[in-house]
Design a protein around this ligand. Structure first.
Ligand code: NAD
Length: 262
């Protein structure tokens, strides 16, 4: 069992889906957590308070917008000033948009690259000095099966996810002698708001019904014919934070029901 008592984890995009599962997994191992993301204030406060009461750790919320580099640096500073260190950074915030490339809105391209890729660069840039000083750190980036393979109509998302896989490898090499690891996790489809929201646009782009999108596009990609769960992804992240994973760095770990093996 990974023990994170005394450590602090910052998880971007952790007000829902996979990010929330990461935050809860780290808290269950004893870490204090900085959650981040959008949503109704009452919902965010409910999740934050539940983490504290379920796991007897401290949880705070950073409202940092992942399109704003200064706010990302402030989020890391908030963690360091509140808890004394940020030992684990998970770059997880993400959005999706589905459209044929010739109609792909330029502002959607810019937002996806900013939130799904550039925010990780800014977060890593801000967190590494403290990790180097303390001689320990874990950086985990949520990539995707789309960091390895493409799907039509997801040009920005696929580009951002391929980019984060490259960023992961580069950072891993730069910090390797400081007992800091940097890896990415590449889930297949997980039933979260991100996936649910892309269904209408996928129906339109591919001329399919909702059931066809779910069965013939999403589940069809995964040989297991099952969705991955957020908790399964979070368990992998927790493993990466343990001493057993100290020599795992620069990798892209697939958890995709066999999608990218096929
Ligand atoms: P989700 O929609 O449930 O969660 C996304 C999170 O990002 C939310 O907390 C949201 O508030 C936050 N966010 C969005 N824009 C933000 C911004 N500008 N600033 C701060 N936070 C912002 O989606 P999810 O499926 O849990 O996605 C989490 C990550 O997992 C993403 O990087 C996504 O690409 C990746 N992923 C998801 C799947 C899947 O099938 N769900 C598969 C592979 C990878």
């Amino acid at each position: 069992m990974t023990n994170l008592t005394g450590k602090t984890a910052v998880v971007t995009g952790s007000t829902s889906g996979i990010g929330l599962a990461y935050a809860r997994a780290f808290a269950s191992a004893g870490a204090n957590v900085v959650i981040n993301g959008m949503g109704a204030p009452a919902d965010i406060e409910k999740e934050r308070a539940a983490i504290e009461s379920d796991y007897k750790v401290e949880a705070i919320h950073s409202p940092a917008d992942m399109t704003k580099p200064a706010e990302i640096a402030e989020m890391i500073a908030l963690g360091e000033n509140t808890f004394g260190s940020v030992d684990i950074l998970v770059n997880n915030a993400g959005i999706q948009f589905v459209s044929p490339i010739e109609e792909f809105p330029i502002e959607k391209w810019d937002a996806i690259i900013a939130i799904n890729l550039s925010s990780a660069f800014h977060g890593i840039r801000a967190v590494v000095p403290g990790m180097k000083k303390r001689g320990w750190g874990r950086i985990i980036n949520t990539a995707s099966a789309h960091s390895l393979v493409a799907s039509p109509f997801k040009s920005a998302y696929v580009s951002a996810k391929h980019g984060i896989a490259g960023l992961t490898k580069t950072v891993a090499l730069e910090v390797a002698t400081h007992k800091i690891t940097c890896n990415c996790i590449s889930p297949g489809y997980v039933w979260t708001p991100l996936v649910e929201k892309q269904i209408p646009d996928t129906m339109k782009a591919r001329n399919l019904t909702k059931e066809q999108v779910i069965n013939d596009v999403l589940l069809q990609a995964q040989p297991t014919k099952e969705f991955v769960t957020s908790e399964q992804v979070a368990a992998l992240a927790l493993f990466l934070c343990g001493d057993e994973a100290a020599q795992i760095t620069g990798t892209n770990l697939s958890i995709d029901g066999g999608w990218t093996a096929a």
